[in-house]
Write a protein that binds this ligand. Structure first.
Ligand code: GDP
Ligand code: CA
Length: 315
């Protein structure tokens, strides 16, 4: 069984490739829920849903979120009623979130909601949230002479990552426990893969759930990551703005350094070939391949290279 720690789009692209080279039933995804937000009365789990929508072939890839061909009557009506609709949710997307919200209100845990939604979309992988507990990523930003805390979505979607970042933390992490199945999956995996996801607000938040980081250090499975940074730049998103707040350089080597305590191998891009010796010097085995996933075929080749490195590193 292959475990993949996953954020949103970078992870979804990688997973679409992975399921072309291993049967989906053999894949367990541990998804980030630090981006979750309750808005317009519904609980949105953006990273779990982007993975679900991508694997079902229904992701709106132009917008990079939501469902292909979705309509926006609910947003239009909220707008007309005077609500600030800064967080766009299509009508079907809203329906998915409303289903989740109603289940949660009835006492059904988030992992069961995620499984039901994945099942409804015909997704073959096992999709687990990192935790069932309410947690959310807080971005502390500089604001005039002082500092203020923003919910991750407010920082990223509403204010478009314009504020200078001081620090990032996962609110509620201390009391959170990994969702049922997460630690067992890591312990019994044949390989654990770290998707090319944001090291701070996707992978970093998963690692902030007590017990997960230690489980990665303990598992007998090789732990192999894929760099989300290519040539010192992000493919999309704001990891470049957040890595310095985590004390890391914006490079593949900087990302590898954040995972030092558990990472066995790291897949970096061909343009970063010169960084391979510095990754090796960290005690991490590098593999150098093209890592840009323009199409599902590229992602499949990347996933295969990642599995090959894991295979080489497994005893
Ligand atoms: P988000 O929650 O949608 O921001 O998604 P993730 O955290 O999963 O992914 C964001 C990260 O994925 C960014 O740092 C991107 O640089 C990275 N990413 C996106 N597409 C690719 C790609 O094709 N190749 C690689 N190597 N990284 C990618
Ligand atoms: Ca995300």
């Amino acid at each position: 069984m292959i475990v993949v720690l996953a954020g949103g789009l970078g992870a979804a692209r990688f997973l679409r490739g992975l399921v072309r080279v291993v049967p989906p039933e053999e894949v367990t995804v541990v998804g980030n829920t630090g981006d979750d937000i309750t808005i317009y009365g519904v609980h949105v789990s953006p990273d779990l849903d982007i993975v679900t929508y991508m694997l079902s072939g229904e992701l709106d890839e132009d917008r990079q979120f939501g469902l292909l061909g979705d309509t926006h009557h609910v947003m239009d009506e909220l707008d007309a009623a005077g609500h600030d609709t800064w967080f766009a949710l299509g009508d079907r997307d809203m329906g998915v979130c409303a289903a989740r919200t109603a289940w949660l209100a009835a006492g059904i845990p988030l992992h069961e909601c995620a499984a039901r939604i994945a099942n409804r979309f015909g997704v073959g992988v096992r999709l687990l949230p990192m935790t069932d507990d309410p947690v959310f990523t807080v971005v502390r930003v500089r604001d005039g002479d002082g500092e203020r805390d923003l919910h991750f979505q407010e920082y990223w979607v509403r204010r478009r990552a314009a504020d200078p970042v001081v620090s990032v933390r996962l609110e509620g992490a201390e009391e959170a426990v990994p969702a049922p199945g997460v630690l067992d999956a890591i312990a019994s995996a044949d390989a654990v893969l770290i998707a090319p996801s944001n090291p701070v607000v996707s992978v970093g938040t998963i690692l902030a759930v007590p017990g997960i980081r230690a489980a990665l250090g303990r598992t007998r499975a090789p732990v192999v990551g894929v760099s989300p940074i290519i040539g010192g730049a992000v493919v999309r998103g704001m990891a470049d703005k957040l890595l310095p707040s985590a004390g890391a350089e914006v490079s593949a080597a900087g990302v590898a350094g954040l995972y030092l305590d558990f990472l066995d191998g790291f897949v970096i891009d061909e343009v970063d070939a010169a960084l391979a010796p510095s990754i090796e010097a960290l005690g991490i085995a590098p593999a150098v391949v093209p890592t840009l996933m323009r199409a599902p075929e590229d992602a499949a080749v990347l996933a295969k290279a990642t599995l090959d490195l894991a295979e080489r590193l497994s005893r």
